[in-house]
Design a protein around this ligand. Structure first.
Ligand SMILES: Nc1ncnc2c1ncn2[C@@H]1O[C@H](COP(=O)(O)OP(=O)(O)OP(=O)(O)O)[C@@H](O)[C@H]1O
Length: 612
C-alpha cells in the first residue's frame, strides 16, 4: 500500500487518500526546508541541479518530489514560474535511475505530455540539463520536431526511457506502433488544464486506453479548471492534491501590476513613448490579439527605430524555439507575441479559476500528417500546437505588456506569469480601452478589445483573491501630445499592404532559414546566433528618418519623468544575490546587440557565407 506523506514531507502511517494539502507560511517553513539531496533524489541529479545554481528546492519541489518518489499520483496546482518542471522531471528521472540499477531492460517508462511544441522543447532541454551527469543511463526523446514519420520512428526505435510530446504526436506514434506504452510507469501532464482546451481530448482518451494498469500520474497546472477534473477521472487513481496557493505572498511583492485606461490611438502613443524613451527597461514581452496586429506594432516601432521581433503560430517551430532561446540569452529586448489561444479559447463569461471553456470535440491531431484537415483553423496554416503565454520559461522578463487585453482573466494570469519568475521582480502593464472609446479610432480598432473593462473587472477580482492589486497608471496627457503627430505619421505609414507584405516576407524568410539552413546549423551551431529575428521588416513602409530620433525640444523640461504621473520606470531587474541581465547565460561576449545596434549580425553571417 502506498504511504502518504505528512505536512513535513515525511511518510506517515495512514493510507493514501485524496486530500488537499496547504502549506505553512513561507517564513515558518524556511527553517526546516530540505535540500535537494534530502529530498531523496539520485545524487547525480542533485549534482546537476547544483550545476544549474538551484540553491534549494522551491515550495512545489519540496512538496511534490517526495510524494512522486513514493509512487503517489499527484495533482498539483502551483503558481506560474514556481519551478513545476523540476518538480516532476526530477522524481521521474530519479525513479528510472533507481530501477535501472536492478533492471537495465530498455523500455519507455515515462511519458510527459505538454500542450505545445514550444513547451515540449523546453521540457526536453530541462531533462538534458538534469541528466548531465547520467546521460548514458537516461535516454529521452522529443516527438514534436518537424521530421518525417520515418525519422521519428528511428528515434523511437532506440527505446527512449522518457518521451516528451504533445498528446497528438504521442498518440500518432502509439497508433502507428512506433511507440510502445506497454510498460509505461510514469505519465506526466504539464499545463494539464490546457491539454483539453487545445482539442486534445480524443488523443487523451486514446492514450489512456493504451496505458497499462498502475501507471503513476502527475498532473501540473497553474490554474484549476473543470478540465482537470475530467483528466483526473481518466488518469488518476487516488491523487494527492497539492494546492500551493499559500506560495502567493512573499514572491508576489515582486510583481507590480498596472493598467492604463486610454483611447485606441493613445495606446499606440503611450507604447511609442514607453519604449522609445525607455520608461520601462529590461526585456519585455508584449502580447497582442492576433498576428496582423503583431506585425503592425513591429512596423510601427520600426518607424521609431525601436527593435522588436514577432512570435506567432505562423512561424516555423524551429524559428519560434530559436526566438525564445535568443530572447533568453539576452539577444532581443522586445518580443511581440500574438496570443491567439487567448482569442480562440477566451471565454468572456468565465472568471478565473475553474473557468469553463468550451472544448471542442476535435479530430485527433495525429491526423495532422494526413490529407484530411477538417477544422476551420487549418486554413491559415497556423500551428495549433503553438502557445507562448502558457508554460514557456521566458527568462528574466522585466515587463509583460498587454498591448491588447486578453479576453479572460485566466489568460491574463498566464500572460503575467511570464514575468516575476523564480523570485525575480517584474511589472505587468495592461492597456484597457473604455467602452465609450471603443471603435472611435477606426485605423487601430479591433473587436477583441470591446470588452476590456469587463475583463479588467474580472481580472481585478481574481487578483484580489490572491492579495494582488492592479494600480491605475496615468500618463501626463498634455506632455504626451507633443508626440502625437509623430505617432500619427508612423501609423499612417503602416498600411494594410505593408503589414501583409511584411508578414509574407518574414514567413518566407523564416521558412527558408528553418528548412534550408537546418542542416548547416546542425553542423555549425554557433553560427545560429548570427541570425537575428528582430531585423527591420518595413521595406514597404514609408521611411521617415525624422521619426527615428526624439528631438530635445519635444521632451518636457523636466525630462521623461514629467510624462509619467507615477513611476513605472526601471524594474530592479535583479534576483537578490543574482546576476543582472548583462550577464545572462550565453550572452555573446564582446558583441553589442543594442537597440539601434551598430552591428547587424545577419550581415556578418552573410559575409561569412560568401567568403566560404
Ligand atoms: N529550485 C530552484 N531554484 C532556482 N531556480 C529555479 C528552481 N527551480 C526552478 N527554477 C527556475 O525557475 C524558472 C521557472 O521554472 P518552471 O518553468 O519550471 O516554472 P513553472 O512553475 O513550470 O511555470 P509555468 O507555470 O509558467 O509553466 C526556470 O527558469 C527554472 O530554471
Amino acid at each position: 500500500m502506498k504511504r502518504k506523506l505528512d505536512k513535513t514531507g515525511e511518510p506517515s502511517a495512514a493510507p493514501a487518500e485524496p486530500e488537499t494539502k496547504t502549506t505553512q507560511p513561507e517564513k515558518q517553513a524556511a527553517a526546516t526546508e530540505p535540500s535537494f539531496a534530502e529530498l531523496g533524489l539520485d545524487p547525480r541529479l542533485v549534482q546537476a541541479v547544483a550545476k544549474q545554481s538551484f540553491e534549494k528546492p522551491t515550495l512545489v519541489q519540496r512538496r511534490a518530489i517526495p510524494l512522486a518518489l513514493q509512487g503517489q499520483d499527484v495533482l498539483c496546482k502551483a503558481k506560474t514560474g514556481s519551478g513545476k518542471t523540476a518538480a516532476y522531471v526530477l522524481p521521474v528521472l530519479s525513479s528510472i535511475l533507481k530501477r535501472k540499477t536492478t533492471d537495465p531492460t530498455p523500455f519507455t517508462a515515462g511519458l510527459i505530455l505538454v500542450p505545445t511544441r514550444e513547451l515540449a522543447d523546453q521540457v526536453f532541454k530541462a531533462i538534458e540539463q538534469f541528466t548531465a551527469f547520467c546521460a548514458k543511463d537516461i535516454h529521452a526523446a522529443k516527438l514534436t520536431e518537424n521530421v518525417s514519420d520515418a525519422v521519428q520512428r528511428s528515434l523511437l526505435a532506440n527505446v527512449p526511457d522518457i518521451v516528451v510530446s504533445t498528446p497528438a504526436r504521442a498518440w500518432h506514434s502509439v497508433n502507428s506502433s512506433a511507440l510502445s506504452l506497454g510498460k509505461l510507469q510514469y505519465l506526466v501532464l504539464d499545463e494539464a488544464d490546457l491539454v483539453l482546451s487545445y482539442g486534445y481530448d480524443e488523443d487523451m482518451e486514446n492514450i489512456s486506453r493504451s496505458l497499462p494498469k498502475g501507471v503513476q500520474t502527475i498532473m501540473m497546472s497553474a490554474t484549476l479548471s473543470a478540465e482537470l477534473d475530467t483528466l483526473k477521472g481518466i488518469f488518476c487513481r487516488n491523487p494527492t492534491l497539492l494546492d500551493l496557493k499559500e506560495e502567493f505572498g512573499a514572491e508576489d511583492e515582486k510583481l507590480t501590476q498596472f493598467y492604463v485606461k486610454c483611447g485606441e490611438d493613445d495606446k499606440w502613443l503611450v507604447s511609442y513613448l514607453i519604449f522609445k524613451l525607455q520608461l520601462i527597461k529590461g526585456p519585455c514581452l508584449i502580447f497582442v490579439a492576433d498576428i496582423d496586429r503583431s506585425y503592425r506594432l513591429k512596423l510601427f516601432f520600426e518607424q521609431f527605430s525601436i527593435r522588436s521581433c514577432v512570435l506567432n503560430s505562423e512561424l516555423p517551430i524551429n524559428t519560434r524555439i530559436k526566438i525564445i532561446e535568443e530572447f533568453n540569452r539576452g539577444i532581443y529586448d522586445i518580443i511581440i507575441a500574438s496570443d491567439e489561444k487567448s482569442e480562440v479559447f477566451g471565454d468572456e463569461n468565465a472568471e478565473g479559476e475553474g473557468e469553463k471553456k468550451e472544448t471542442k470535440k476535435s479530430k485527433s491531431k495525429g491526423e495532422e500528417d494526413g490529407a484530411e484537415q477538417p477544422r476551420k483553423k487549418r486554413k491559415n496554416k497556423k500551428d495549433e500546437e503553438y502557445g507562448v503565454s502558457r508554460g514557456i520559461d521566458f527568462k528574466n522578463v522585466a515587463a509583460v505588456v498587454n498591448f491588447d487585453m486578453p479576453t479572460s482573466a485566466s489568460s491574463y494570469t498566464h500572460r503575467i506569469g511570464r514575468t516575476a519568475r523564480a523570485g525575480r521582480a517584474g511589472i505587468a502593464l495592461s492597456f484597457v480601452i473604455p467602452k465609450e472609446l471603443h471603435g472611435k479610432h477606426r485605423a487601430t480598432t479591433i473587436k477583441s478589445t470591446e470588452k476590456d473593462e469587463t475583463v479588467l473587472a474580472k481580472v481585478m477580482r481574481q487578483q484580489a483573491k490572491l492579495n494582488r492589486k492592479l494600480e491605475p497608471y496615468n500618463f501626463n496627457k498634455s506632455q504626451m501630445d507633443a508626440f502625437r503627430y509623430r505617432m500619427n505619421d508612423a501609423l499612417r505609414a503602416v498600411t494594410k499592404v505593408a503589414i501583409r507584405e511584411a508578414r509574407t516576407r518574414e514567413l518566407r524568410q523564416e521558412l527558408l532559414r528553418s528548412e534550408t539552413l537546418k542542416r548547416y546549423f546542425e553542423e555549425n551551431p554557433t553560427e545560429l546566433s548570427h541570425l537575428r529575428h528582430d531585423g527591420e521588416l518595413g521595406r514597404t513602409t514609408r521611411q521617415q528618418p525624422h521619426l527615428k530620433h526624439v528631438p530635445d525640444y519635444l521632451l518636457p523640461k523636466d525630462g521623461t519623468k514629467a510624462l509619467e504621473t507615477q513611476k513605472v520606470g526601471f524594474v530592479p531587474f535583479k534576483k537578490e544575490g543574482g546576476k543582472d541581465r548583462k550577464h545572462r547565460k550565453g550572452k555573446p561576449k564582446g558583441r553589442s546587440f543594442k537597440v539601434g545596434g551598430r552591428k547587424d549580425p545577419l550581415k556578418t553571417f552573410k559575409v561569412r557565407r560568401k567568403a566560404k
